[in-house]
Design a protein around this ligand. Structure first.
Ligand code: GDP
Ligand code: CA
Length: 310
């Protein structure tokens, strides 16, 4: 069985770990958001690709959900002492990867090729693909102005309410090599419990990815990032309330109109199952908090079981 997963960073990385504990990692292709990518200190940083890469390589910081375990921050302390740009947290180990990637991109290597090389070097058997090799940049329009993603998320701590999400560059962006094949060849497509607006949205903003999903011949199952109408972490619930009108499971399903056949949702949101079913989406109720390896695996199994039900 082949599985393609659309994913952002932290929530997606946790989910992918459960998935590759359950099925052969080599049968999984992760299609990863690059709308958060940012240039810091002259370096090309791809936070979501890195969260997924570190998690699958077993070197990620589980508590934080991003960056590397056993990290130190000497380089950043030096940057700060010298009056350099220090708002974006880059650890010493993490920096090593950004240096390698930046050099490769400057030499003309596409992001997908660099990513494949990094994954192989770290012993990751799962295929990691950026949604696109073209530059995509997520912008948030808020009552306080428009901000590039990391300015809003990190520097301003995502406190500005979001009126609109725009993905600059999406009009011309093509899927990275391998993305459409992975979607066409998959026996199951999964949407990780990632932020629908700023993690999955920028992937779907690539027109040929969205249309491949619309025309899928295989089931697509999303996992809700909300538990009891609240995000485990981050701005997903606030964004759902403002942009989708609420935080029930049906509101989550409505983020993916015509794109999903089933939604895995938490027991705490089970009162919303009928409204999900009315949208033509099969609700699958389970416990969705991924706090350790067994709970991650159980959630992956629930999503995989959806194929049997389809
Ligand atoms: P980011 O790109 O690093 O922001 O990460 P994602 O978009 O992939 O994941 C963020 C989302 O993951 C948030 O909306 C969280 O609510 C969700 N999330 C994190 N941990 C869990 C979990 O254990 N269970 C579920 N269901 N969602 C989670
Ligand atoms: Ca992200």
């Amino acid at each position: 069985m082949k599985v393609a997963v659309l994913t952002g960073g932290v929530g997606g990385a946790r989910f992918l770990r459960g998935l590759v504990d359950t099925i052969d990692p080599a049968t999984v292709t992760a299609i990863v958001n690059v709308g958060d990518d940012v240039e810091v200190l002259g370096l090309s940083v791809s936070p979501d690709l890195d969260s997924v890469l570190y998690a699958l390589a077993g070197i990620g910081d589980e508590e934080r959900g991003w960056g590397r375990a056993d990290e130190t921050w000497n380089a950043l302390a030096t940057v700060e002492a010298l009056g350099g740009e220090s708002w974006f947290r880059l650890g010493d180990r993490d920096l090593g990867l950004h240096v390698v990637r930046t050099q490769a991109l400057r030499a003309g290597e596409p992001l997908s090729a660099v990513t494949a090389r990094l994954a192989a070097a770290l012993g990751v058997d799962t295929t990691l693909l950026p949604a696109s090799d073209n530059v995509l940049r997520t912008w948030l329009d808020t009552p306080n102005g428009s901000f590039p993603f990391q300015d809003w998320f990190v520097a301003r701590a995502h406190r500005d309410p979001v009126d609109r999400v725009r993905v600059e560059g999406s009009g011309r962006a093509q899927p990275a090599p391998g993305v459409l094949d992975a979607l066409h060849e998959a026996d199951l497509i999964l949407v990780a419990p990632s932020n629908p607006f700023v993690s999955i949205g920028p992937i779907l903003a690539v027109e040929r990815i969205r249309s491949a999903l619309e025309r899928r011949r295989t089931p697509c199952v999303a996992v809700s990032p909300l538990i009891g109408g609240r995000a485990v972490k981050g701005p997903a619930a606030d964004m759902l309330r403002r942009l989708q009108g609420g935080t029930t499971a049906a509101h989550v399903a409505q983020c993916y109109p015509g794109l999903i056949d089933a939604l895995v949702l938490d027991e705490a949101d089970a009162d919303g199952v009928e409204a999900v079913a009315e949208l033509g989406v099969r609700p699958i109720v389970t416990r969705t908090l991924m706090r350790d390896a067994p709970s991650r695996k159980r959630l992956a199994e629930a999503a995989l079981d959806a194929v049997a039900l389809a």
